[in-house]
Ligand binder design. Structure first.
Ligand code: ADP
Ligand code: MG
Length: 568
């Protein structure tokens, strides 16, 4: 018996599975193939949820947003070279967005790759991944699997979260070792993202600046949503009495209908504020780098709460940097504010409220039109009401006009309910995000997609049907990228921005047993979305929009370079 126990063996396959489970990683998003096919089967048999996608990029986006929603690294599993490269886009996306994710890719034999002798799917994956992620590791010995995964988890979630690459060569999976030694080699990561307490001086400095403001503003970014410090953030904003502006994925931390919400007065508060406090939001292009026309002429002072010290002064001077995790920082602020904090000046609050009400009133009639074909406002007016009635549903949103207009029109009422194109403003996150949102939250998912944006991940409707996920996809179909009206003046080919006219995306999902609906008016759209959200059946609604609706690049047309010569 004792001799038997000594002979008991384990191998790479089992050690990786055991290491994942030991660290509560119970879901893998990926695409099977050599050398990870059997690993996927064994992981599933061992109780890990293994979700197979049709393309690695979508599996990777799913893993990245799973990381955002759960504060645990989302895991994406791919094959070597091409599968790895497909997943790498999502890993870079996770890093850019500060989402914790681990891309695990099988790889070819080191001996052959390093001598460049032409192995099956030969590629030096570790070297390629490195500049695109927060950290990259390779495990060569089964005995190092535990420590390798522990390093990957810590790197992904501690400090500023991000993407981590873990390279597992094919040979590792089959490597055998003594089972007892194997068990001992595993590492359970303790306190993977330790609290980072801000310096009391920094907290005091920030509050002094905030107190001195006549026209203060708080900007809540997706870092604030990620932090899951919802109660502290809400208390802080309410106690301060300062108007707040949510970034798109910060929406819902406090409801968009909150009396202090300045979402509908965005340009006014950016221009007129004198002190701006950033909580988990960067002064990148999405905030015009904190300077220039949209920030107005009045001098500004910036306070910034962020876990990443290097973020301070990245674009403009930060007069009060507060470095630490948002939960700890906001709690420290709350404590230091004491019980007789004076709320922001009333004249500023009422100026912001007035502007907000004017803008909301201006928009209201446009949202109630029942035009057929639909325009953006008619279609979004309906979706806005549906989200209001179903505040715990997840909303996924991508596109150009579809994104810009939905972000402004659809109010969000709870934290982390809106997930979208993020820091890069990329197209293609739609179906991956929808799948992960359904899996990680168990809530119904509404995807509001431009027809072009949908195209990047459309094949995953099969995945949605296969796993019977409660996902309702609404495609804003205006026959093209930005619009469907461009013509080619030089030949017979269609213009580069247009698609097949009158395409019926709803037929796609029917091929896999889902529900397809062609909706030509807001009334039809409303009926179809409500039915889908009630039934939980995978549904794709082709919302027929006027091909002339929309503008080039939505709200960011100014980023298009212009040719002087073509303007004859
Ligand atoms: P948005 O696009 O909504 O403005 P960004 O992605 O630009 O948001 O900014 C998010 C910021 O939040 C990043 O600078 C990141 O370092 C920071 N961050 C992420 N998680 C935390 C956390 N737990 N505590 C503090 N800061 C965080
Ligand atoms: Mg379009």
């Amino acid at each position: 018996k004792t001799a038997d126990a000594e002979q008991e063996l384990t191998d790479g396959f089992h050690l990786i599975i055991d290491a994942l489970k030991l660290n509560d990683i119970n879901t893998i998003y990926g695409v099977p193939g050599i050398p990870i096919t059997d690993f996927g089967r064994m992981a599933q048999a061992a109780g890990i949820r293994v979700l197979s996608f049709r393309h690695e990029q979508n599996a990777g986006y799913a893993a990245s947003i799973a990381g955002f929603l759960t504060k645990k690294p989302g895991v994406c599993l791919t094959v070597s070279a091409p599968g790895f490269l497909n997943g790498l886009t999502a890993l870079a996306h996770a890093t850019t967005n500060c989402f914790p994710m681990i891309l695990i890719s099988g790889s070819s034999e080191r001996e052959i790759v390093d001598l460049q002798q032409g192995d099956y799917e030969e590629m030096d994956q570790l070297a390629i991944a490195k500049p695109l992620c927060k950290a990259a590791f390779r495990v060569l010995h089964a005995a190092d699997i535990g420590i390798g995964l522990a390093r990957a988890i810590r790197a992904a979630v501690s400090g500023r979260p991000g993407g981590v690459y873990l390279d597992l060569p094919a040979k590792l999976f089959g490597q055998v070792m003594n089972a007892e030694a194997g068990r001992k080699s595993l590492v359970k990561v303790i306190d993977a993202a330790p609290a980072q307490i801000p310096a009391p001086d920094a907290v005091k400095r920030a509050l002094d600046v905030l107190k001195s403001a006549k026209k203060p503003l708080i900007i809540l970014g997706k870092g604030a949503a990620y932090a899951q410090a919802d109660d502290a953030i809400r208390s802080f904003v309410e106690k301060s009495g300062v108007p707040f502006l949510p970034m798109s994925m910060g929406k819902g931390l406090l409801p968009d209908t909150h009396p202090q919400c300045a979402g509908a007065a965005r340009s006014t508060v950016l221009k007129d504020s004198d002190v701006v406090m950033l909580i988990g939001a960067r002064l990148n292009w999405l905030l015009s780098h904190g300077k220039g026309k949209s920030w107005g002429d009045a001098p500004k002072k910036f306070i910034q709460i962020d876990i990443e010290p290097k973020e301070m002064d990245s674009n403009v001077e930060i007069v009060a940097p507060v470095v630490g995790d948002i939960g700890s920082c906001v709690s420290a602020m709350l404590a230091a504010m004491g019980n007789n904090w004076t709320a922001a000046p009333a004249d500023w609050m009422s100026a912001v409220a007035k502007k907000r009400e004017e803008n909301v009133a201006k928009m209201a009639p446009r949202l109630m039109n029942n035009n057929s074909p639909m325009d953006y406002h008619g279609a979004l007016g309906v979706l806005r009401t549906i989200v209001k009635e179903r505040p715990d549903a997840m909303l996924v949103n991508e596109g150009a006009n579809t994104l810009d207009l939905a972000r402004g029109i659809i109010d969000i009422y709870q934290p982390r309910k809106r997930i979208d194109v993020g820091t890069w403003g990329i197209m293609g996150i739609g179906m991956g995000y929808a799948i992960a949102a359904a899996i990680e939250t168990g809530k119904p998912v509404l995807c509001v997609e431009g027809d072009s944006a949908f195209g990047f991940s459309g094949m995953e409707v099969e995945t949605i049907c296969r796993y019977r996920l409660p996902v309702c996809i609404v495609i804003f179909n205006n026959d093209g990228i930005y619009r469907g009206t461009d013509v080619n003046s030089a030949g017979d080919d269609p213009a580069p921005t247009v698609f097949v006219k009158g395409a019926r995306y709803d037929k796609m999902i029917e091929a896999f047993g889902g529900v397809g609906v062609n909706a030509t008016s807001p009334d039809e759209l409303k009926r179809a979305v409500n039915a889908a959200m009630d039934s939980g059946k995978p549904t794709l609604i082709n919302a027929v929009l006027d091909p002339a609706a929309g503008s080039e690049s939505g709200r960011i047309g100014n980023l298009n370079p212009q040719s002087v010569l073509s303007k004859k």
